[in-house]
Design a protein around this ligand. Structure first.
Ligand code: NAP
Length: 495
């Protein structure tokens, strides 16, 4: 068994620069009353404050967004596109500062935070381009005598609820298509990471988005917030990214007013490696699919299913790569893995490892030696994990690689699909026929084929089964904020 590295300290200059960003957005002073403290997961120090709004204040924000939405819906698609493009430019101009803020409040490494800014800003650029497309269609009635016109109208006021793991990208992936479609929004960021969303919303206003159009509501009482706003008849859309449990609660609330609902929920991604895979490519893909964001990603590889003939070499290579990652503050030089978002996450991960080992899994690298210093959990590899271990039946959301072995393609597909989730899957093989055969049979909305990072602003991101409803990114992501109206124009024959 190899020994994990010690926790690296932050680079003081980077951390000091991040603290300045908190001051720039006005979150360095506690509000007079009802503040939520925001913490640095590296050492739990308080780094900023946001107001803890009650339901009356949330409904006031909703009223402001609703009023601003009327004028916005009447703007031209070109006008909205130009403003979104300016927002994109400002996100890029401020990329360093946004990345510093993400690392400070969420913990991920600065290089992961920079990658998130690129990814998050890309949704704004994409929807600046899409805003002028998909505004409607014209078709001939198949039986003649009529033209069928569709108009893609803005659906109206949208409530957006986002998680802590990608505080910029999960917000822009919703706000940008909503604004492009002509909607106003109330956005509730996660309580652990509200600062990045506030910063992005400030930049949107600087870019020309009307002051009241994006209302960011920070609250420590998410349940009361959703009960109040989703009952308001002015709301026509809810878009949520987070756990499946909360998603089901929101769907029940949405049912009362028959709200159009988008749900980006949890995952349990199978990562299937066949004997005929390129070993180096598979290991590289596995490191990316497992370790991006410290494993705290909904599409993170959750179960490595590896064919018997390649399994030993794959496990050896993956273990070597993960054991070599330096763990420490996201601001540290040469860091490969930052802290988990909080101590609760560390305790949960420890429980998953203990459970797997008690059921007979082999522990090849042990991340638990970081427990106690900040909210750290190091990269961990478990081999020969039994099918009933919790680490394979639940979403890990952390840097634990759980390896299982299989003999045949059919066995791999059956086991890959043996979950209520269906967000992402991965297949590594050099055989194109096999790649498509497996991709077609995986019950997931997204498949990475010889690819560890499948997300793209131009692609429809979303899950099957209990991983969600609807899609984000691409033209499909715009339709989530549109209602399609249809006019039937009767034609008289002229001959
Ligand atoms: P979470 O606990 O479900 O929280 C997500 C958001 O929902 C937070 O803003 C949270 O607020 C809020 N929330 C909690 N209870 C609520 C309620 N009753 N009504 C309204 N809002 C409520 O999830 P998380 O721990 O932040 O995120 C991790 C989960 O998100 C994982 O399951 C992951 O797979 C999933 N995820 C999915 C995708 C995707 O695209 N499919 C992407 C990223 C993450 P508070 O912060 O105040 O609790």
């Amino acid at each position: 068994m190899s020994t994990p590295n010690t926790v690296l300290a932050p680079d003081p200059a980077n951390r000091a620069a991040a603290v300045k960003v908190v001051a720039r957005i006005g979150a360095d002073q506690a509000p007079v009353s009802n503040a939520i403290e925001v913490h640095d997961p590296h050492d739990d120090t308080v780094i900023g404050y946001v107001p803890d709004l009650d339901t009356d204040q949330a409904l006031d924000a909703l009223t402001r967004a609703h009023s601003a939405g009327r004028a916005w819906a009447a703007t031209t698609p070109r006008n909205r596109a130009d403003i979104l493009r300016r927002w994109y430019d400002l996100l890029v101009d401020n990329a360093d500062e946004i990345a510093l803020l993400i690392t400070l409040e969420m913990g991920k490494t600065l290089s992961d935070a920079r990658a998130e800014v690129t990814y998050g800003a890309d949704f704004v650029r994409w929807y600046a381009e899409e805003a002028t497309h998909h505004t409607g269609t014209l078709r001939d009635a198949p039986t003649g005598g009529a033209r069928l016109l569709t108009r893609h109208a803005p659906i109206g006021l949208a409530v957006l609820i986002t998680p802590w793991n990608f505080p910029l990208a999960m917000a822009t992936r919703k706000i940008a298509p909503a604004l492009a479609a002509g909607c106003s929004v109330v956005v509730k960021p996660a309580t652990l990471t509200p600062l990045t969303t506030l910063f992005a919303a400030q930049l949107a206003v600087e870019a020309g988005v009307p002051q009241d159009l994006i209302q960011t509501v920070t609250t420590s009482d998410a349940g009361s917030f959703s009960n109040a706003v989703l009952a308001d008849p002015r709301v026509r859309k809810v878009s949520f990214t987070g756990s499946t449990g909360v998603g089901k609660v929101l769907l029940r609330l949405a049912a009362d007013n028959v709200l159009k609902s988008s749900m980006e929920l949890g995952g349990n991604a199978p990562f299937v490696v066949f004997d005929d895979a390129d070993l180096e490519r598979a290991i590289e893909g596995a490191v990316l699919a497992k370790m991006r964001n410290g494993g705290q990603s909904c599409i993170a590889a959750n179960r490595f299913l590896v064919q018997d003939g390649i399994a030993d070499a794959f496990v050896e290579g993956l273990t070597e790569r993960l054991a070599a990652l330096n763990t420490g503050s996201g601001f540290a030089t040469d860091v490969g893995l930052g802290p988990m978002v909080d101590h609760k996450a560390v305790r949960r991960l420890q429980g998953l490892v203990d459970d797997a080992v008690s059921r007979g899994a082999k522990l090849l690298t042990d991340g638990s030696s970081y427990a106690g210093a900040g909210s750290y959990f190091g990269a961990t590899v478990l081999d020969q994990v039994p099918v009933d271990a919790h680490v394979v039946t639940t979403e890990i959301f952390g840097p634990i690689a759980a390896v299982q072995r299989f003999a045949t393609q059919q066995e791999a597909i059956t086991r890959a699909n043996d979950t209520e989730f269906g967000l992402a899957g991965y297949v590594f093989t050099e055989n194109l026929d096999r790649a498509f055969d497996v991709a077609d049979n995986l019950e997931t909305g997204i498949v990475g084929i010889n690819q560890g990072v499948p997300s793209n602003a131009a692609a429809p991101f979303g899950g099957l089964k209990e991983s969600g409803l609807g899609r984000e990114g691409s033209a499909e992501g715009l339709e989530e904020y549109q209602e399609i109206r249809f006019y039937n124009l009767a034609l008289r024959g002229t001959h």
